[in-house]
Design a protein around this ligand. Structure first.
Ligand code: SF4
Length: 431
């Protein structure tokens, strides 16, 4: 295979930091995957990689340590299981995320996520974008996830069998974090796709690569951006829902228990994923959820005890974090990512060792560069490796910024340019 690595992006593939190795990201609408599909991912990882799997903070799965020559076969193996990576990287509509898997009404959100995934994935109209385009669906505004999407949908009402969503747009993190703004309230579900199409059309027309939609919000202002979107033909379209059954595979909890398996830094082995799939088939209707905190969740069958199954899973898989396990999102950093400025898992392991009870009660996020993939501005404490600093002895050391979130918006930077030791001291003070 001779195509440049950048050509693989639309297939969800990035080059790893290590020469000759690639990462394959798999899109999972609302983070939901069947046990059978999880087995296929485990098998691909074992056969073509090094059995190394990463759960992302958008509910996707990444398979690391793949060889270029194997990429077409891997795509076929995933396709056989109904999995796609199209648009998981590059200038396309990315995986549809949902941080409300445990909320009442999640099946309706998952159903919409699958519809949007199907509509926007692989459509050339939505694959020549200046940069990534992220869509998220939430049951409420509590976690602030709607603020960091290009389009954030928040369930506003459910009336007469129809869902209505508030549509937030133009949010994003990265080097210049910007919260999204409310474009339109209470949009009927049948109008969601046309409204998103209008937003994408304005983005594709006006934003220079590699800018995100938030750039237009900053350049034009919210009023002009809103007028441009409203002027698009698609914006006023009303596409009545065709008849048919809902598309969710997770059903309403109705009192069933939810098991949440904390996974340190979202890192699993293929063997561990196999065991989780086995458990899901036995006690959770064969369905697995990847949470936005990079953990695994199972909605257990009626009468199954979550405490017993969690203990069993922890024993069989060896995935065992000290209880209570904190919310701790960690990106691959310089372990595998080309952009990484810090060995994020090592750093997270070090700070985790020192957490007090207070620290464990907070949510934490560690990002290996300014791209902020783990959403540090939405954690109680966010840590970002921002630059390499040349020291007097000629060595380069990583510097870190720290964010704290107290209100409903994005977290604010409270420390800048910390050395690793200074960072550890700050972490000790916090928790
Ligand atoms: S935050 Fe930076 S280092 Fe971490 S995964 Fe994203 S791009 Fe890579």
């Amino acid at each position: 295979m001779s195509a440049a690595a950048s050509d693989y992006r639309l297939d969800g593939i990035y080059k790893q930091r290590q020469d000759d190795f690639f990462m394959q990201r798999v899109k999972l609408p609302a983070g939901v995957i069947s046990a059978g599909q999880a087995r296929v991912i485990a098998s691909v990882s074992t056969r073509f990689g090094q059995g190394s799997i990463h759960l992302t903070s958008r509910g996707s799965i990444e398979i690391h340590w793949l060889k270029e020559d194997d990429l077409p076969q891997i795509k076929r193996e995933l396709a056989k299981a109904g999995l796609t990576s199209r648009g998981a990287c590059g200038g396309a509509v990315r995986g549809i995320t949902c941080g409300s898997q445990s909320a009442q009404g999640f099946p309706a959100l998952e159903s919409l996520a699958r519809r949007l995934h199907r509509h926007f994935t692989g459509n050339p109209r939505f694959e020549r974008l200046p940069k990534k385009f992220k869509i998220g669906i939430e049951a409420d505004v509590v976690g602030g996830k709607h603020l960091i999407q290009d389009v954030g949908l928040v369930l506003a009402a459910f009336e007469d069998g129809q869902a209505f969503y508030d549509v937030w747009i133009a949010g994003g993190l990265g080097r210049e974090p910007r919260p999204g703004f409310l474009l339109i309230e209470r949009v009927a579900e049948k109008r969601i796709i046309p409204v998103i199409e209008a937003v994408v059309a304005v983005y594709a027309t006006h934003a220079p690569p590699p800018k995100r939609l938030k750039f237009l919000a900053a350049e034009f202002g919210e009023t002009k951006l809103r007028l441009l979107i409203e002027a698009e033909t698609a914006f006023s379209e009303d596409i009545s829902a065709a008849s048919g059954l809902p598309e969710n595979i997770v059903t309403e909890a109705n009192g069933r228990q939810r098991l949440e398996l904390p996974v340190f830094a979202g890192k699993l082995t293929a063997a561990q994923l196999e065991l989780i799939a086995e458990t899901a088939e036995r006690v959770a209707d064969g369905v697995i959820m990847i949470t936005v905190n990079q953990d695994i969740a199972l909605l257990l069958s009626a009468g199954v005890d979550a405490t017993v199954e969690l203990l069993l899973l922890q024993q069989t898989t060896g995935v065992a974090l000290a209880e209570p396990a904190p919310v701790l999102r960690v990106c691959p950093g310089s372990h595998e990512c080309r952009m990484g400025l810090a060995a994020t898992r090592d750093l997270a392991g070090e700070i985790l060792d020192h957490f007090s009870q207070k620290g464990r009660a907070l949510s934490w996020a560690v990002s290996g560069c300014n791209n902020s993939c783990t959403q540090p501005q939405l954690a109680d404490v966010g840590i970002v490796a921002t630059r390499l600093s040349a020291e007097s002895d000629g060595q380069k050391t990583t510097r870190f910024d720290v964010y704290r979130r107290n209100g409903a918006g994005l977290g604010e930077k409270v420390n800048e340019g910390l050395t690793r030791q200074e960072l550890v001291d700050v972490v000790h003070e916090i928790g």
